[in-house]
Design a protein around this ligand. Structure first.
Ligand SMILES: NC(=O)c1ccc[n+]([C@@H]2O[C@H](COP(=O)([O-])OP(=O)(O)OC[C@H]3O[C@@H](n4cnc5c(N)ncnc54)[C@H](OP(=O)(O)O)[C@@H]3O)[C@@H](O)[C@H]2O)c1
Length: 270
């Protein structure tokens, strides 16, 4: 988190030399790294996972989505229960991602169903700005993100729905042009960038992440696969239909074991 703070505040000089416990980490400009003495495989996996995320340059736009899902691609039961599909390691990982991010984005469905706090609690780090996508301003004002004062909250809404009011509870309403029935992910990213929010974590749910992915507005997508089969429930990714396999997305992927779950990281920003 110290490294992310430095990268967020100013351009970093390379090669970077950082003490990690009793070892010395050297990072080169392209993100290559060496730890001396050489770390065990599990530590190397974590460095490979987190270093590129911590090193995102100052002011550089970067969007990463994370979803925890069952083996059959569900993120919650039919009734909306999703806590917890994955285990403690993935939950801690989500808090690390929040601490790395300038802002954490969720859809209205998640705020309605889960009433999440979206704060960093299971690790150290700065609180990200919380961003709720609620184009029609339909959410009740009693949700914690609008009232708990734990971090700044923005509500992104369609400009034609924003009347006289400028706030939902403590949260500021940010009007954006409507793109059909939604807000365009590119416009969301641009509006947040104008506020100095560049490193974005899209934390769900499936509808919200799917819209970013379909719009080509993700740099990375992390799917934490739990060894669970629900057989029914709320879907993870849903994209416009394709009929040819050659039209499928085939990103470069990396696998990182997270406790009893498996994190699959899709890398679109190469
Ligand atoms: N397993 C996980 O990782 C995980 C993570 C988060 C949530 N969840 C679970 O997933 C469920 C909720 O997910 P969900 O997929 O049903 O809903 P969601 O993605 O949380 O919310 C979808 C809604 O958010 C608004 N929205 C999203 N993108 C928008 C855009 N680009 N422009 C305007 N509005 C936008 C829309 O609200 P309106 O239609 O009202 O305009 C949309 O219907 C809950 O059960 C929750 O517990 C699971």
């Amino acid at each position: 988190m110290t490294l992310r703070r430095r990268a967020r505040e100013r351009a970093l000089g390379f090669p970077l030399e950082l003490p990690v416990g009793n070892a010395m980490l050297t990072v080169t400009r392209g993100g290559g790294w060496r730890l001396d003495p050489e770390p065990p495989a599990d530590v190397a996996d974590l460095l490979a996972l987190y270093l590129p995320l911590a090193l995102v340059p100052h002011g550089h736009g970067f969007a990463l989505a994370h979803l925890a899902q069952s083996l059959d691609g569900r993120i919650a039961t039919v009734g909306g229960e999703s806590q917890w599909l994955t285990g403690e390691a993935d939950q801690r990982h989500t808090h690390h991602l929040r601490a790395l991010a300038d802002a954490v984005i969720v859809g209205a469905g998640t705020v309605r169903q889960d009433n999440p706090r979206l704060t960093v609690r299971h690790c150290s780090g700065d609180q990200p700005v919380r961003v709720v996508l609620d184009a029609n301003l339909a959410l009740p004002g009693d949700r914690d993100v609008f009232r708990d004062g734990a971090a700044t909250t923005l509500v992104l809404a369609a400009a034609d729905r924003v009347g006289g009011g400028t706030r939902v509870g403590d949260a500021e309403i940010v009007p954006l042009p409507r793109d059909g029935d939604r807000l365009a992910p590119a416009a969301i990213r641009a509006a947040l960038a104008r506020r100095g929010l560049h490193w974005l974590l899209i934390e769900g749910g499936g509808v919200t992440v799917s819209r970013f992915l379909a719009a080509g507005a993700l740099d990375r997508l992390q799917i934490a696969l739990a060894p669970v089969i629900l057989g029914s429930g709320r879907p993870s990714l849903q994209l416009p239909e394709i009929t040819a396999l050659s039209d499928a997305l085939r990103p470069r992927v990396r696998h990182v074991p997270l406790g009893g779950d498996l994190l699959v990281e899709c890398i679109f920003d190469d």
